[in-house]
Design a protein around this ligand. Structure first.
Ligand code: ADP
Length: 159
């Protein structure tokens, strides 16, 4: 059984993330999408809210589990019996950082392989930080995020 972890901040989850997850769920037996909790970085949404919104957004994906973790991704992967890490690539600008990360992970745990996936072109430019910026400036984010995220943000930030 090939278990893959899709780690990230998901602050919040976007349609770009979901597209990557869909593809991964077709390739691997089980995919665990895991929110990385960083006690030093507060983020936009609390981790438990991010997890809740992901759960609502992946309801239709049978082989996807939602979780969170703290510390090194490879330790979490080992704990969960996963040998694959999924990461997404948008532009060349992602490449250097992602390459470095995957090589560091590989040096620490050679049995854990990183697999890079891309999204459909229409989701390619979407990032959580762009979404935050559009939303905080009162723009319409409904095309870029799953409905539960849009609904949560609209309700939480009503003035
Ligand atoms: P992190 O803080 O770990 O980068 P993110 O939630 O920003 O967490 O992203 C998680 C992963 O998903 C990263 O590999 C990122 O490159 C990828 N990703 C995010 N948005 C997209 C997108 N629109 N297309 C392709 N990959 C994406």
């Amino acid at each position: 059984m090939k278990i893959a972890i899709y780690p990230g901040s998901f602050d919040p989850i976007t349609k770009g993330h979901l597209d990557i997850l869909h593809t991964a769920s077709e390739i691997f037996d089980k995919v665990i999408i895991a929110v990385a909790r960083n006690p030093e970085k507060q983020g936009f949404l609390p981790v438990d809210v991010r997890v809740k919104l992901i759960k609502k957004s992946v309801k239709d994906m049978q082989n996807v589990e939602v979780d969170f973790f703290e510390g090194l991704t490879i330790n979490y992967a080992r704990e969960r019996g996963a040998t694959i890490l999924i990461r997404g690539l948008r532009a060349v600008s992602d490449f250097e950082y992602e390459m470095q990360l995957s090589q560091a992970n590989s040096a620490l745990a050679s049995e854990v392989k990183t697999v890079f996936l891309t999204t459909k072109p229409k989701y390619n430019f979407i990032s959580s930080s762009t979404i935050k910026e559009i939303f905080l400036n009162k723009g319409d984010i409904s095309k870029f995020v799953p409905e539960p995220v849009n609904e949560y943000l609209q309700n939480s930030y009503k003035c």
